[in-house]
Design a protein around this ligand. Structure first.
Ligand SMILES: [Zn+2]
Length: 173
């Protein structure tokens, strides 16, 4: 299975099944991977060993800037996939993940950026009390996180994030 996955990476094929665990040294990527719909853990106290354990146990790609982790035996023999991030700026970092792992946006905006929880559709009437009047007037579709109860809707914030991601894809292609 590991070999299949690496072949798919090599071919740049799309893969929506990937899951991630993100190191603190590239913490901003965790939010963006969740925005793109990918199941992404971001342990508060991480430490190399903990990250490696999670990656191995849950078959997650470990995203880090720590070259030492990429040199671990588990990574070298292909038990664990490490995405070793090269650049400093966020857009280049996202671009590297998109290019190397064939990330796509088919599951975009389906996951809570705070909790990593899949969002569920919720009726306007059920969230009305929690939303500003302007949003109620202008939006019709709402999604809710079952864990933190945060409500999402396709407003300006989503549009801005989408255009940021489109920019990343343009630079990669
Ligand atoms: Zn949440």
């Amino acid at each position: 299975m590991q070999r299949d996955r690496q072949n798919r990476f090599a071919g740049g094929a799309m893969d929506t099944e990937l899951r991630f665990v993100v190191d603190m040294n590239v913490g901003r990527l965790a939010k963006w991977l969740r925005v793109m719909g990918y199941d992404t853990l971001f342990p508060k106290e991480n430490g190399d060993n903990r990250l490696v354990r999670i990656a191995l146990r849950e078959d997650r790609v470990l995203v880090t800037r720590d070259a030492g982790i990429a040199q671990r035996r588990a990574a070298l023999i292909g038990q664990m996939t490490v995405a070793l991030i090269e650049k400093d700026d966020l857009r280049s970092q996202l671009g590297q993940l998109v290019r190397d792992l064939g990330l796509n946006l088919s599951g975009g905006f389906s996951r809570c950026v705070l909790c990593n929880e899949p969002l569920r559709p919720i009726a306007k009437g059920d969230v009305a009390e929690r939303l500003p009047p302007y949003v109620l007037l202008t939006q019709t579709k709402f999604l809710e996180c079952q864990v933190c109860r945060r409500v999402y809707w396709p407003g300006t914030h989503w549009t801005n994030m989408m255009s940021e991601l489109s920019q990343v894809y343009r630079e990669v292609s």
